[in-house]
Design a protein around this ligand. Structure first.
Ligand SMILES: Cc1cc2nc3c(=O)[nH]c(=O)nc-3n(C[C@H](O)[C@H](O)[C@H](O)COP(=O)(O)O)c2cc1C
Length: 171
């Protein structure tokens, strides 16, 4: 699929078929994530790929009971790795770059999943401590985004956007 078609096609999908995602597609998504840019190429993020039903249900609960998370065949959880970025960039790395690294990584996963014919939803509403505890992640990692991925069971409704004039200042 042409890149701009992917952008046009990507809309949040919150209902998924039970059909599992092929391993080759999962690996393609993981490789796309790995190719993302990062500050100083430190790749200051960690990613959990959650397939276990019980774990997905727990994640849903820590994400304000957004139940479509448990229904998605695959749930990615992106964590920033502040210490990894701090080694080179100190406070700026720990507070800023690692968050950006993890966010870009999630955006790459989202767009590559769409390019593979899958639906996704970015989830930012979650309780950090609970999410970390349910995945037993080291204390220093910071959860940045949950990404649900699966074959869509709905045709998502297009959402409006601000005008180019409102968003951009050309000087
Ligand atoms: C940082 C961020 C947090 C979001 N959190 C949630 C969320 O917790 N639950 C949800 O259903 N959608 C969430 N979304 C998806 C947005 O609601 C969605 O992207 C937006 O309404 C635009 O719709 P579209 O994705 O279909 O273009 C989030 C998106 C972003 C980028």
């Amino acid at each position: 699929m042409d890149f701009f078609e992917v952008l046009k096609k990507r809309k949040s999908v919150r209902s998924y078929q039970k059909k599992p995602i092929e391993k080759e597609k999962l690996i393609k998504i993981m490789e796309a994530v790995r190719s993302a840019p990062s500050a100083g190429n430190l790749q200051a993020y960690e990613v959990f790929v959650v397939l276990e039903e019980g774990k997905k249900q727990e994640i849903s609960r820590w994400a304000l009971n957004q139940w479509f998370i448990a229904e998605a065949p695959v749930v990615f959880v992106f964590f920033a790795h502040p210490k990894r970025s701090a080694i080179k960039y100190g406070k700026r790395g720990a507070e800023f770059y690692c968050i950006q690294d993890a966010t870009i990584a999630c955006a790459y996963a989202q767009l590559s999943a769409v390019a593979l014919g899958l639906g996704t939803c970015w989830v930012g509403a979650f309780e950090e401590m609970g999410l970390k505890a349910c995945l037993s992640v080291p204390a220093d990692l910071k959860p940045v985004a949950i990404l649900t991925v699966g074959y869509p069971a709905e045709a998502p409704i297009p959402t409006p956007r601000r005008s180019l004039e409102e968003i951009f200042t050309i000087i």
